[in-house]
Design a protein. Structure first.
Length: 543
């Protein structure tokens, strides 16, 4: 009976999906969610054809009747379960410092189900009763979501499915729907064959020991049992309205927006048009294969097409989002990349003008000029280890109103919710630009400059990277440098600094350098090269 109810609800959605008021139905069977979501996406696409007759059915009733999915055997929606299996393969390397992530092939259906059970059980232990779930655009995401949700329901948690949306919209839904808990199925900025889960429980983005605890819960099969409910929701309009109510763009700007075929494609163009901008879309069609460039705007090569389009179209600036919409990349009208630590300088200067004395959190990879800008404008700079989860945790601990990291995660807590949101951050940037009456090139030129490198990767085996980092932390000796061992080693000199740390999202050690001039850069890199060469004699260095 429940299966027939779901079929009829989907039939109604399909027949009238071009209606502006068509509702997304609640479903008993989460396995049917991708079909419901596809119909919703079709409805979104057809909104543009306002001149057509909205009462006209989008598909024939016979096509719905013919769907093989209606021939499924009538069963209870939660009887599809995985037996407890001591041989369940649990790759330890996918349980990372601030999410669960690896190659999609490493996350079996059974493991996704177990992860769902572990997350739901942890949420129930903390007094939560419902969670929001969403996915990015990757081809592996719908299947992972299906088995994740089955595991969650089997523990008694109620699941609200927000569909395919960027990660910030998942976080927003957790606040807006008062669940304060959710799971995003996403591989973030990683290659198309990667995937995983970002997790928030009771307002806390899980990281460190909390992620390790989930693995231990799976190993010990310590799960709740119950019968959760499942429904689908659409959060797009509420999210857009919240930004439009908060941000004021005083004059129209011409933007090129590069979504990189990622999840931000579902909302970015429409959102910035509603803010009053002329939007030139670039790769704003969902395609989880990321055919045009890797979905990471913190890498300069991935912005080359955006830079060319900004110059060719005479745009005021270009904006880029990563695969799940929580990393921001920005280029000026002249084609200069404005790295996230420089964006933080602009945001800090603006925020501190209204909130003097506020704390501002940034990661170990950021320019030390950011510290100077914060101090000069009356704020308190707080350095933190890298990682979006650590930034948010430190912001909560200190009450900071702004936080961010070099890779483009930026979190506002003055007028927003404190989570990393590239769409909202881009809107705040436009607010600053139009209020100032200056171009981004002009504002960027006002900020202090230094010679800096991008992230320099030293490829190492995944299973060895943290041991190598510890060897460096224990043994690195650099004359005339103050060593900060907050996250790897950052060596501070009077005229610059260098950093080496293990990446939490890929099999690599990461180095970065900044200096007042070329001579200082050569000297600092030479000191690191000599030390790392002796500690890691078999590894080629990229500097």
């Amino acid at each position: 009976m429940q299966l027939r109810e779901d079929a009829l609800r989907l039939e109604d959605l399909a027949l009238y999906q071009r209606s502006a008021t068509a509702a997304i139905p609640s479903l008993h069977y989460p396995v049917l969610a991708p079909l419901g979501e596809a119909l919703v996406q079709l409805r979104r696409a057809n909104r543009a054809h306002a001149g057509q007759d909205f009462a006209e059915p989008a598909v024939e009733r016979s096509s719905i009747d013919a769907l093989e999915i209606l021939e499924l055997e009538e069963t209870d929606p939660d009887t599809v379960r995985f037996e407890s299996d001591a041989t369940l393969e649990i790759p330890p390397e996918i349980f990372r410092d601030y999410d669960i992530r690896g190659r999609a092939s490493q996350i079996s259906k059974a493991l996704a189900h177990a992860i769902g059970q572990a997350i739901a059980s942890e949420a129930l232990d903390r007094g939560m009763t419902s969670m929001v779930v969403a996915t990015d655009a990757r081809e592996s995401s719908p299947l992972l979501r299906e088995h994740l949700v089955q595991g969650m329901l089997a523990c008694g948690i109620d699941v609200i499915d927000a569909g395919t949306v960027p990660t910030p919209m998942l976080y927003f839904a957790c606040h807006h729907l008062h669940t304060m808990s959710g799971v995003m199925v996403t591989g973030s900025h990683n290659p198309a064959d990667h995937n995983g889960f970002k997790i928030m429980i009771d307002g806390e983005t899980l990281c460190g020991e909390r992620i390790a605890d989930l693995r231990q819960r799976i190993s010990g099969q310590r799960y709740h049992q119950g019968q959760g409910s499942y429904r689908v929701t659409e959060i797009d309009s509420d999210y857009s309205k919240a930004i439009l109510d908060d941000v004021l763009v005083e004059s129209p700007l011409k933007l090129v927006i590069d979504c990189g075929n990622g999840a931000a494609s579902v909302i970015a163009v429409e959102l910035f048009q509603e803010l009053g901008c002329e939007v030139l879309p670039l790769f704003c069609e969902l395609d989880g294969r990321f055919p045009n460039h890797p979905p990471d705007p913190s890498v300069a090569e991935n912005l080359e097409q955006l830079i060319a389009e900004v110059r060719a179209r005479g745009a005021d600036l270009g904006i880029a989002f990563d695969g799940d919409g929580d990393r921001l990349g920005v280029v000026t009208a002249s084609g200069n990349i404005v790295m996230a630590d420089r964006l933080l300088m602009l945001f800090a200067r603006d925020l501190l003008s209204r909130n003097p004395g506020a704390d501002i959190v940034f990661d170990v990879k950021c320019s030390r000029n950011l510290t100077a800008v914060i101090v000069q404008n009356g704020g308190r700079p707080i350095m933190c280890r890298s990682g979006h989860s650590w930034i948010k945790e430190k912001m909560k601990e200190t009450g900071a109103l702004l936080g961010g990291e070099f890779t483009g995660h930026i979190c506002f807590r003055d007028r927003w919710f404190g989570f990393d949101d590239a769409l909202y951050s881009a809107a705040r940037l436009l607010e600053i630009l139009t209020a100032s009456g200056q171009s981004l090139d002009e504002l960027n030129a006002e900020l202090p400059h230094a010679i800096g490198t991008p992230e320099l990767r030293i490829e190492v085996p995944e299973e060895h990277k943290f041991a190598l980092q510890q060897r460096i932390v224990d043994s690195l000796a650099l004359e005339n440098a103050r060593l900060i061992k907050l996250d790897g080693v950052r060596a501070e000199y009077p005229d610059g600094w260098g950093l080496v740390r293990a990446s939490n999202t890929s099999a690599a050690l990461i180095c970065r350098f900044e200096a007042d001039d070329e001579e200082a850069m050569r000297r600092i890199q030479a000191a690191f090269r000599a030390e790392l060469g002796s500690l890691l004699p078999d590894i080629a260095l990229p500097f």
